[in-house]
Design a protein. Structure first.
Length: 160
């Protein structure tokens, strides 16, 4: 019975880990961002460097510790042995859960230095879903998450 409880607990906690993951892709919008206007400023990439985006949610260590403690408590023939096994399981599970969480939520990315049309210079880091080159025209979209996208706009005259 305790084996089944441990397995069910593990599956539930892994579900929480994946549910808490923040999407960092510039191509994905949350439901709360749909229909909301965002300020858009054109610019040009003037610098870039590769970076690592550490998306550790912090949930993996806690979930792993809880799962490890539950699984460890089933080991041993006495209450004292069960407690010792639960503590050991919590430590091992916490370390493993943290490592898994970090591996799942870490990404390769780029920090872009952008000269905006108004003359300001900004830096934005995003994962490498979209890659830009030096001197490439881009649009900076400000919202719940600032995004950099290629400038595929067509020049047009504004009505007088």
């Amino acid at each position: 019975m305790k084996k089944y409880l441990s397995t069910i607990t593990l599956l539930i906690l892994l579900g929480f880990i994946s549910a808490c993951a923040k999407n960092v892709s510039p191509d994905t919008y949350g439901a709360c961002e749909v229909g909301v206007s965002s300020k858009v400023i054109p610019g040009v990439i003037i610098g870039k460097r590769a970076v690592k985006v550490d998306g550790d949610s912090g949930v993996g260590g806690v979930a792993g510790a809880a799962t490890g403690a539950t699984a460890g408590s089933a080991i041993g023939g006495s209450p004292r042995a069960n407690i010792a096994s639960a503590i050991g399981g919590a430590v091992i599970g916490g370390v493993a859960g943290h490592a898994i969480d970090k591996a799942i939520h870490s990404h390769k990315g780029f920090e872009y230095i952008i000269k905006l049309k108004d003359g300001a210079t900004i830096a934005i880091t995003q994962i490498q879903d979209l890659q830009f080159e030096i001197n490439q025209r881009v649009l900076v979209i400000y919202g719940a998450m600032t995004r950099v996208v290629p400038d595929n706009t067509v020049a047009h005259k504004t009505p007088s």
